[in-house]
Design a protein around this ligand. Structure first.
Ligand SMILES: Cc1ncc(COP(=O)(O)O)c(C=O)c1O
Length: 291
């Protein structure tokens, strides 16, 4: 059953009216934090510890919490009272806020705050009496990089880090191997061969497929194999591919020039071929255009 009243951004509103805009970053990117607090006899249990953890989560993601501990406590008390909850739980949810979709965020966003109180919860009498079953699973949090999920928080944080460093993209390195960018796939040209991470635990980029196709059509050897991060220093060229980025040359990584520090000949050939392929298939033109 839905609670009667929900707390949303400073107001207690009827449940049906508690809606958030479609471009809330919590919805778009899972760019949000939360707490669930049990409440016994109308009193939140271990509230201080929950608020402390909320503050730690907020600090880690640089989400400015809009309330002090005293204010959270007052909001929670009023919510419990308004909904007549004595034994139940409070769900607290804070997102980075609402903005046109982009991985990076700008300062000054107003966080979205939601609090929902519900009666009930806790283990069933059967579970307490009889015990419960469990299974084991491999801990692959987050090992499903091939899924185009909106759970993009690691990508968001990496991209923000890149932006702060004056960079366009952040290239992920896992276990010493280059995997992909936060919203692009990565190609490395070494000794005339174009390498890209195989389709294993990366996003299978549509543009990546196009680049491989065009490279092969143009006599450029492509190998889908793991790329040690150390190769980046020796690479002649490094390219990014993505729906929005199309094909881009990376000219500097971690402050060091890639190759000659300017877009290289393989990039130029692929870019030209990409433009032709887009024109053939759509009649339109790819490439840089004014905003
Ligand atoms: C993590 C990641 N890798 C690669 C890509 C590139 O994929 P596509 O070429 O299909 O846009 C994206 C696109 O957003 C992405 O999010």
């Amino acid at each position: 059953m839905s609670p009667e009243t929900v707390y949303l951004n400073g107001r207690f509103v009827p449940y049906a009216e508690a809606v958030v805009p479609v471009e809330d970053r919590g919805f778009l990117f899972a760019d949000a934090i939360y707490e669930v607090i049990r409440c016994y006899n109308g009193r939140p249990f271990r509230l201080q510890q929950h608020l402390e953890r909320l503050e730690q989560s907020a600090a880690a993601l640089e989400i400015p919490l809009p309330h002090s501990r005293e204010e959270w406590a007052r909001i929670i008390d009023e919510l419990l009272q308004r909904n007549g909850v004595r034994d139940g739980s409070i769900y607290l949810h804070v997102t980075r806020g609402v903005a046109p979709r982009a991985h990076t965020w700008s300062e000054g966003l107003q966080p979205t705050v939601v609090a929902i109180a519900r009666s009930g919860g806790g283990p069933s009498p059967e579970a307490v009496r009889d015990g419960v079953r469990a299974i084991t699973v491999s801990d692959n949090r987050w090992g499903l990089c091939w899924v185009k999920t909106t759970g993009l928080l690691p990508n968001v944080l990496a991209r923000q880090q890149a932006a702060r460093a004056g960079a366009y993209e952040a290239i992920f390195v896992r276990d010493g191997l280059v995997t992909e960018g936060t919203s692009s796939n990565v190609f490395v040209l070494l000794d005339g061969t174009l390498y890209t991470h195989p389709l294993a635990n990366i996003l299978p980029g549509v543009t990546r497929g196009v680049v491989i196709e065009l490279a092969r059509e143009n006599g450029i050897e492509v190998r889908e194999q793991a790329i040690p991060a150390t190769w980046l220093e020796r690479a002649g060229e490094v390219l990014l591919s993505g729906t929005n980025s199309e094909i881009l040359a990376v000219v500097e990584i971690d402050g060091r020039p890639v190759g000659e520090g300017k877009p290289g000949p393989v990039f130029s050939r692929l870019l030209e071929a990409f433009g032709r392929r887009v024109a053939e298939e759509t009649g339109g033109s790819a490439g840089a255009r004014e905003a």
